[in-house]
Write a protein of this length. Sequence first.
Length: 143
Amino acid sequence: MFYELIIGLMVLLFLYTGFSKILDFKNFEVSMLFQHMPNWLTSIMTYSLPASEIIVAVLLISDKSRVAGLYAFFTMMTGFTLYIGAALLHLFPKAPCACGGIIKSLGWGSHFLLNLVFVALGWIALRHYRKQQPKRHSKTITV
């Protein structure tokens, strides 16, 4: 039950942020222009990030694709959290938030804590998933 709740929260987060970016694409695009990455990467990220979040949410829904979704979610959330940590440490002269929806209105500290919670939930979900997988036993050949 707890595992399903975690998966549900992860799906809701990525559907919400992905669609929020799409629905307010102009503001998201402007925010992405001020990110600290090469221009060629900014363009790719502007279009791929919302789609990736939605795709990961869809992967998390199905049991058959859940493990890929869990790893993708955990990796993306860890990356987002590292970026926010760098912003909190003032490693960038200016670091705009390109997040979607109400999450954009959070301060960096609150945003960092929210992300840490979701990184931890992703880690818990991955551990649970791995524990539920049947153990692989090596077969020995007897003569």
